[in-house]
Write a protein that binds this ligand. Structure first.
Ligand code: SF4
Ligand code: SF4
Length: 172
């Protein structure tokens, strides 16, 4: 089985966790007609995701609860016609997008939850967090070289790596 191309972050017990393959697992569950609340759904997702990610045994219940929440949100989004988060990020200058660390960082202590960045960007890189702030939900969905959200963030909560970092990626 090929390594899954999707990557996204979810909140598990209050902390962001990056995972490979969640998009593929959710798509398969949706195709199979699985619904939020189905018995054992969270544990099944834990088992599927563990094929490509490390999930500590002691944290499986926390992950299962997070996966059930995320799957419910995924279904809502899918059924609304929203294309949702990307699966696979392609190449940039001939390099896999996953290899290029260009994405925003949001300082939670500075973010005031104004939502201006969310209105600006439709990539699903930034998403609202439960506590009324913004978090980086899918870093690799960020468009390389873009920093528009940082430019509109008045409290300067959003930062990026130095743009000069991109110069090392010469066109292949
Ligand atoms: S624009 Fe800045 S302060 Fe406003 S929600 Fe986005 S990150 Fe937070
Ligand atoms: S830099 Fe651009 S693409 Fe990336 S999250 Fe901000 S507005 Fe969206």
């Amino acid at each position: 089985m090929p390594f899954p191309s999707s990557y996204r972050q979810i909140i598990v017990d209050g902390s962001p966790v990056g995972l490979h393959g969640l998009g593929e697992v959710f798509a398969a569950l949706r195709a199979a007609g699985c619904k939020p609340g189905d018995a054992g759904l969270g544990a099944k997702i834990v088992a599927d995701i563990s094929r490509n990610n490390y999930i500590p045994v002691s944290a499986r219940d926390l992950y299962a609860a997070a996966f059930e929440r995320e799957y419910a949100a995924y279904l809502t989004q899918s059924e609304s016609g929203d294309p949702g988060r990307k699966h696979g990020y392609g190449l940039w200058r001939g390099y896999p997008r996953e290899a290029i660390p260009w994405f925003p960082t949001v300082a939670a202590d500075l973010c005031n939850g104004c939502g201006v960045c969310l209105k600006l960007c439709s990539t699903h890189c930034l998403m609202p967090a439960e506590e009324g702030k913004v978090w980086v939900a899918e870093p690799l969905a960020c468009v390389i070289g873009c920093s528009s959200c940082a430019n509109v963030c008045k409290p300067k909560a959003i930062t990026f790596p130095p743009r000069s970092m991109l110069e090392q990626y010469k066109q292949k």
